[in-house]
Write a protein that binds this ligand. Structure first.
Ligand SMILES: [Zn+2]
Length: 456
């Protein structure tokens, strides 16, 4: 079967993709009733139900999840003996986050002279909703049917982190069971570079409190001999990094390297808004530091603000240390190592308490298997170049839930959200060539995957 027919079908479907994405972007589907009326999410979910029913999925319906949001699910059987793919995306979006900085209306798809389509959610993740629709429409047009079993799950509260779908999955195991799970809420490492995201860092956090006095005391009368817990905290926190900025926690090996795509330092500097002349930290490459190593960050310290400061030694001081955990490492063990590391460095016999402030394990996606091979071939054929792999520094707890619930499934992350999309920022946009390119890759993947099973 020819790729060209699919490619030209997708070209022909891009007008519909644009008008559909425009309709979907117009729903202010921020899944927080404090920010937008819940009717906006309801209307977006109804739109998704209608669109995937029209493309030929069956039993497309909304279900309430424990956080009060609705997910949308549906399915279509494949030819006898073919495996099933679960396609994931989400219809809720981030709020505008800086309405004044938008150069076009937040909730209106706007095409600019650079050819990109602007508006909240055009990429994350409504662009991926439309990409799935385009891939399925093209398969229907060209082949008349789907080449393998398809299941769909569209989340309604991903951006809120309230875990509705994470709770729904283990309660609806058969509804969503699949051989391969495509978490389509990621993107190429750069525009036009076919990319699979293969791992996500985990995270852990510890609150450390140091106390030396019963109450704050005048620094003129007592300073010099009375132990200052703020100075002690500075010493303790300073031990988390060496002079080059490497994270140095006793017992945690921090020499991991990333074997996939390189993240060029100059592009990282721009993406991370690092000021001219200021150094990047750590001894590894940017990819090593982001995707293969531990990274400790002091995310909060409780001390008087400068404006409210008086000449006093504080009775106590509290800080929260967050630790990103690379794939292959254990977040629970890393938490214990972090606490032991901090405990050993508390000076002057100050009273110290350590509280765990939440953790999530890292995630390792598929690196081989029939689904992986079929998607890799699809991405490479669509883009005409070799696929690369990257990690993601943040975590997506749903991936771990999928892995625990379906330990035999291959789980893969990709999508239309390349770095220029500015997701979670003002002036979010999508490049329609990525919608077309990923839709073709996905359609080819589904074809390859169904065909491989037929041959086996
Ligand atoms: Zn997203």
């Amino acid at each position: 079967m020819s790729t060209d027919a699919l490619r030209s079908a997708i070209d022909g479907l891009m007008g519909q993709a644009k008008s559909d994405l425009g309709e979907l972007v117009a729903f202010r589907s921020v899944a927080d009733p404090q920010q937008q009326p819940p009717e906006q999410c309801e209307a977006a979910a109804d739109w998704v139900v209608r669109a995937f029913s029209e493309v030929g999925l069956q039993d497309v319906a909304k279900s309430r999840t424990p956080d009060g949001s609705d997910c949308v699910h549906g399915h279509a059987p494949g030819p006898e003996g073919t495996p099933t793919v679960l396609l994931y995306c989400h219809y809720d979006v981030q709020p505008p986050l800086g309405e004044d900085e938008w150069q076009s209306p937040v909730w209106e798809l706007t095409e600019k002279p650079d050819g990109r389509w602007y508006g909240r959610g055009t990429a994350d993740c409504k662009g991926n909703v439309i990409m799935h629709l385009t891939a399925l429409r093209a398969l229907r047009q060209v082949d008349g049917s789907f080449p393998c079993g398809i299941k769909l799950i569209v989340e309604g509260s991903e951006e809120q982190g309230t875990g509705g779908l994470e709770a729904f999955v283990p309660e609806n195991v058969e509804l969503l069971r699949a051989d391969t799970i495509c978490v389509v809420d990621a993107g190429n490492s750069a525009l036009g570079v076919p990319t699979l995201t293969t791992s996500l860092r985990g995270m852990t956090a510890v609150d450390v409190t140091l106390t030396g006095l019963e109450s704050a005391m005048h620094s003129g009368m007592f300073g010099g001999a009375a132990p200052d817990p703020v100075a002690a905290m500075v010493q303790v926190l300073a031990s988390l990094h060496d002079a080059a900025g490497n994270t140095t926690i006793d017992g945690l090996d921090n020499t991991g390297t990333w074997s996939g795509v390189d993240y060029p330092a100059d592009r990282f500097r721009a993406d991370a808004t690092v000021l001219d002349g200021v150094d990047l930290i750590g001894g590894g490459s940017v990819s090593d530091e982001l995707w293969a190593r531990f990274a400790a960050t002091v995310v909060g310290i409780d001390v008087p603000s400068v404006a409210n400061s008086v000449n006093a030694i504080q009775a106590s001081c509290r800080a929260r240390v967050s630790l990103r955990v690379p794939p292959g490492q254990d977040a629970a063990a890393a938490t214990d190592a972090l606490i032991e590391h901090l405990r050993k460095r508390v000076p002057w016999n100050l009273r110290a308490t350590f509280e765990k402030a939440g953790s999530g394990e890292p995630f390792q996606g598929a690196l081989a298997g029939p689904g992986f091979d079929a998607l890799k071939a699809g991405l490479e054929e669509s883009y005409g170049r070799e696929m690369v792999t990257e990690g993601q520094g943040g975590s997506i707890p749903l991936c771990n839930v999928f892995q625990q619930t379906y330990p035999d499934a291959e789980i893969m992350l990709y999508g239309v959200e390349e770095p220029a999309c500015l997701i979670h920022a003002p002036n979010e946009s999508v490049d329609p060539r990525e919608i077309a390119g990923i839709a073709l890759a996905e359609a080819l993947f589904l074809r390859n995957y169904g065909a491989a099973a037929g041959k086996a």
